[in-house]
Ligand binder design. Structure first.
Ligand code: FE2
Ligand code: FE2
Length: 183
């Protein structure tokens, strides 16, 4: 409480009118306003690295879906396809957000592998496929955690999108862990 009997925290509880006025300007920037207070180019680059990661994951899971022995492991064969579709949905969300932020989503196959955090895998046994996917999921989880931390509270929309994707990756890793051969 101050001398007027008001709580200082309540006095500060108001919108930044100057920032709202500034949002009326620079309409070419799309969703970006001055208050976003982010190095948007760097954010777009990192989102493009995540997009590359998701696209490599789509390729890896689809390859595993088509080549794994479906007679001995029909359930896992189908789950590889489900994961591939979910990774594709992640890629689509990332591409859409990159455009909203004024950037260009990079789908170039030439640089996909080098920009991806996770690796492709062309192994032939179920055990090595499961292991490769688990490693890739763990790598994706770590990269998303770091990106979410970097964004902090400066871009709640991108942060929420990444948090939703992260929850899916954790579910993928959890399933894969259960499929690791017990020995
Ligand atoms: Fe993903
Ligand atoms: Fe995943």
């Amino acid at each position: 409480m101050n001398s007027q009997g008001q709580n200082p925290a309540h006095e500060r509880f108001e919108l930044d009118e100057a920032a709202i006025d500034a949002a009326r300007q620079s309409i070419d920037d799309g969703v970006i306003t001055a208050t976003l207070n982010l190095p948007v180019d760097k954010l777009i680059k990192l989102l493009n690295d995540s997009l590359a990661t998701e696209l490599v994951c789509v390729l890896r899971y689809r390859r595993h879906h088509f080549t794994v022995d479906g007679v001995t492991s029909p359930k896992i064969k189908e789950e590889f396809l489900v994961h591939a579709q979910e990774e594709q949905a992640h890629a689509d969300k990332l591409a859409e957000r990159i455009v909203q932020l004024g950037g260009k989503p990079d789908f170039s196959p030439e640089t996909l592998k080098s920009r991806s955090h996770a690796d492709y895998d062309d192994s032939d046994t179920l055990a090595s496929m499961v292991r490769a996917n688990l490693v890739a999921e763990r790598v994706a989880i770590e990269a998303y955690r770091q990106l979410i931390q970097l964004i902090g509270d400066r871009d709640p929309t991108t942060r929420q999108m990444l948090t939703d994707i992260l929850a899916d990756e954790e579910e993928h890793a959890d399933e894969l862990k259960d499929w690791l051969p017990k020995n």
